[in-house]
Design a protein around this ligand. Structure first.
Ligand SMILES: N[C@@H](CCC(=O)N[C@@H](CS)C(=O)NCC(=O)O)C(=O)O
Length: 219
């Protein structure tokens, strides 16, 4: 058994869980996965031991408990210096940290209006003007990174790094709600959706039976 355990929520809905999961899978870091279904009568008690305010994801490393997706990713980058958590170039790294912090602390309208729901596919969904502002900012962030730092690969900073993992749930959201994308935005989302582990996550999401009504948008 691996020394690391990653506690995640429902794959269909838990956007925050996807971030460390996809990064660790893509980096080839072994871990045991423990899924706790959210919003059930048992969820609170099941998450009680981890001091995470009853939220996922949580990483367990022997007697250490690390919660919050970005903190987990930082911990992994430090524990495995060769996993390419952050770009090697200091300027690229500073921007990668900035955009990761931004996606972590912003875009509330997008989260509210376009909840992650991997197994759904909407046609004719119109984001609110507030959500559109978030979407436009995300596209601008991708453009900024890609124009400056992505000479050596399809990802925001060339090689896949924590910043890409932070944006992975947004890619599922854009796909689910049919957000209009151009040129490099389409290429970037296509690269992300084609990652074998993204395909695997979505397939597992499809197998899940739970329905969280608050995350189901009715057109
Ligand atoms: N900032 C935290 C947010 C974690 C979070 O809100 N997780 C959601 C699932 S995606 C959760 O556990 N919700 C359960 C609840 O709030 O009861 C992180 O990045 O890990």
């Amino acid at each position: 058994m691996s020394e690391l355990t990653l506690i995640i929520g429902n794959k269909n809905y838990s956007s925050w869980s996807l971030r460390p999961w996809i990064f660790m899978k893509t980096a080839g870091i072994e871990f045991t996965e423990k899924r706790i279904a959210l919003d059930t009568d048992q969820t609170k008690a099941q998450l009680e031991p981890y001091f995470s305010n009853h939220k996922v994801p949580v990483l367990l490393d022997k007697n250490r408990i690390i919660w919050d997706s970005l903190a987990i990713l930082e911990y992994i980058a430090e524990k495995y210096p060769d996993c390419h958590g952050w770009p090697a170039d200091p300027q690229a790294r500073a921007v990668a940290r900035s955009v990761s912090a931004e996606i972590h602390s912003s875009f509330f309208e997008l989260r509210e209006d376009l909840p992650m729901n991997c197994r759904k596919k909407f046609t004719g969904f119109s984001p609110s003007s507030a959500a559109l502002k978030d979407i436009d900012r995300i596209k601008a962030v991708w453009k900024y990174c890609r124009e400056r730092f992505s000479q050596k690969g399809p990802w925001l900073f060339g090689a896949f790094c924590i910043a890409d993992a932070m944006f992975a749930p947004v890619v599922f959201r854009f796909d689910t709600y049919g957000v209009l994308l151009n040129g490099f935005e389409k290429e970037y989302t296509q690269s992300m959706l084609s990652l074998p582990h993204m395909v695997q996550w979505k397939e597992a999401a499809r197998q899940e039976k739970e329905i969280l009504e608050f995350a189901e948008i009715k057109l």
